[in-house]
Design a protein around this ligand. Sequence first.
Ligand code: UGA
Length: 455
Amino acid sequence: MTLPRLAFLGTGYLGATYAICFAELGYEVLGFDVDEAKISKLASGAVPFHEPGLDDLLRRNLAAGRLRFTTAYEDVADFGDVHFICVGTPQRADGMGADLSYVESAVTRLAPLLRRRALIVGKSTVPVGTAAWVEQLVAKHADPALGVEVAWSPEFLQEGYAVEDVLRPSRIVCGVASEWARERLHAAHKGVFDLAATEDRDVPVVVTDFATAELVKVAANAFLATKISFINAMAEVCEVAGADVTQLSRAIGYDPRIGNRFLQAGLGFGGGCLPKDIRAFQARAQELGAGEALRFLHEVDLINTRRRSRALTLAAQLLGRPVGPAGPDLSGTEIAVLGATFKPNSDDVRDAPSLAVAAALSAAGAHVRVYDPQGMDNARRAQPALAYAESMVAAVTDVSLVLVATEWPEFRNADPVVLGELVAERRVIDGRNCLDPRQWARAGWSYRGIGRPPA
Ligand code: UGA
């Protein structure tokens, strides 16, 4: 069977990763974006964001001639048998629903240019009902004689593990309306199935309708967000009960019905997906008349953001500063914030709890110095008013409080004895519960974790 030629519209994080990984699987791939700078960067062999392993794959597949990039819709229409829509669906200005203007623009620009039958596959995270709307757009803008069809196949990749998640997905969801679309989508994933077969693995496939496929994605992210907020709610209770949420999490996680992943209490979830997705999901459910069913997600959001103010209170307590009705007064204090990205192995600072807490500490009067192994450029752009240090050592030197806000290995494995020599006062807030409290206490530090007793 000849493999279909795959086009990826939108070469942001999702589209670029997919385009590169599918070229690696042996497909002829074309990546498209309206952003010329992004396209010329990719075409020259540089990934515009940090994702472990992706640079090598990009260069290898460019050299092999399987992967090309363009800014012309005409090239995409000529090239592709299957067109994946990977454009962004940002939060609308009202803060709740998703902005679908990029999806609309990609589909309405591409459809009239198609000259042969093709499948348009939505991958972006969208409100339920979008695929049916895209189908209408295609019916209106593509030549009806061609039989162009739509499918929806959400993705579940996690930043930092994206290459692995694309090459070896936990499942493939195919929202289709015909057998032809199902067969085409299967052919577009043949490389994934072949790789699994060589490794004696199975890739589960769920073939379903459009609405279910769209909902699978937001339901999965809502579940993950709920799991994190659940354990952070337990952390709140542990804090007042004198219990330790890390042990509680371990103990409940041994139950296979609960599972131990995504039960890490800390500063909460951030990034470009979970926070925006749970808000858009609530807005869409409200529009459909099922708002009540997702009211709990509002609480999930509140628990999540409460962790950020908790970090401020902890800072004030450790520094012996008063907490007034307007929050703590930290004027004149020196604080190092270690971590600016929303999680390790990423340079992404979108909605990062670390950076939000750094900004809040600064607004409370503290002199804050931020250091991150990968996210400095993005952090500087997002929070230009903060001070940044070029290394962990420079960040902590002479401070009276260290806050570990992202669990990068460099911070997790830091030697508290060595750091203790550099700081003015040995006080540490472990915002991700990634340090060993006893080891830090032995080195003379006042240690405070999230949802654990002081050490
Ligand atoms: C998330 C989902 O995990 C992916 O499956 C999904 O494909 C993706 O969104 C998306 O919609 O594109 P990602 O945003 O890369 O992936 O990040 P996660 O690994 O889910 O982490 C999200 C946040 O939760 C991070 O800030 C992390 O620090 C936090 N987190 C995670 C916790 O606070 N505790 C945990 O136990 C786990």
